[in-house]
Design a protein around this ligand. Structure first.
Ligand code: PAF
Length: 291
């Protein structure tokens, strides 16, 4: 019997996980307000699946929860969301952190009594009124920040892969989080500030801004001792821009919806690292100040 899966945060990623896992395990989707009881998943090939899910709020969650907890809230809300239900969780509950950025992962890995894994995904999804659209398949990587709990990571990666979200357990999630952070920092704040789609970064006046940002990001990563991806920092970022040219990035979606953004979670750790190494970051600092 597969352990129950509790998904905290009914945004696009939370809904996608809940719908994909619900054929394999008992799933509860938890939000601050009661999530819809029935959701529709539109898969990348256009198929529509309707599922009834168990919805819960922090108040209605039955204690003690025994199973796996996936925390899919925005980075700025993750610590408070966990705090709000921690009294109802068995202390050895495995926790999977799905946040962008780099910061809350270390804090919660230190703070939580059970095993903590971090995930980074390039699955594309967005929320619709009655459900979620799985816009495009991507890759998910899962692991403990210091490479511990390899068996748990393997078991969860196998479960996610069976659920249709291709996932690999890795021993270097720390490095992969940094790589994702650089991609997010080079794209998200700029497209959110200028309200443009990712592909417009290829054109003037934005292209030189991306290049200047990349030079600063590359210097920070070098000083931190973070190895570049095989295609290099510039190659990686331009490939993602090309591949997501028509997308509105997550931070732009937040701005357009009037929600708080992940500005701090994305730029904060990079500016902090730059300060530690005495590096000047005029582009990053200007974007931070503008946000
Ligand atoms: O945050 C996002 O939207 C994505 O991580 C990315 C890579 C910037 C593509 O839109």
């Amino acid at each position: 019997m597969i352990q129950p899966q509790l998904i905290v945060g009914p945004g696009a990623l939370g809904r996608l996980l809940a719908m994909r896992l619900s054929d394999l395990a008992p799933v509860t989707l938890l939000g601050r307000r009661p999530p819809p009881e029935s959701l529709c998943l539109t898969s990348p090939d256009g198929q529509r699946l309707q599922r009834r899910l168990t919805g819960a709020t922090p108040e209605s969650l039955t204690a003690p929860f025994r199973g796996t907890l996936h925390l899919t809230t925005k980075a700025y809300h993750a610590a408070a969301a966990l705090e709000g239900i921690s009294a109802k969780l068995a202390p050895d509950t495995p926790l999977v952190l799905w946040q962008n950025g780099y910061g809350v992962q270390r804090t919660l890995t230190r703070r939580w009594s059970g095993p903590v894994l971090c995930a980074t995904t390039s699955e594309g999804a967005y929320v619709t009124e009655g459900g979620v659209v799985h816009a495009g398949h991507g890759e998910t990587y899962l692991g403990h920040l210091d490479g511990a709990h390899a068996d748990l990571a393997e078991a969860l990666a196998a479960l996610l892969s069976r659920a249709g979200l291709r996932c690999q357990a890795v021993g270097d999630i720390d490095l992969r989080l940094w790589h994702k952070l650089v991609v997010n920092a080079a794209i998200n704040p700029l497209v959110a500030r200028w309200r443009i789609r990712n592909g417009q970064l290829r054109d003037r006046p934005f292209r030189p801004l991306v290049e200047a940002l990349l030079d600063e990001l590359e210097a920070i990563m070098h000083a931190e001792g973070i190895a570049p991806p095989a295609e290099g920092w510039h190659g990686r970022v331009w490939r993602v821009i090309e591949g997501t040219a028509n997308n509105r990035a997550s931070m732009l979606q937040d701005v357009l919806a009037g929600r708080p953004t992940e500005h701090d979670a994305i730029l904060g750790p990079l500016l902090e690292a730059a300060r530690r190494h005495g590096l000047a970051t005029p582009q990053l600092s200007a974007l931070y100040a503008a946000g």
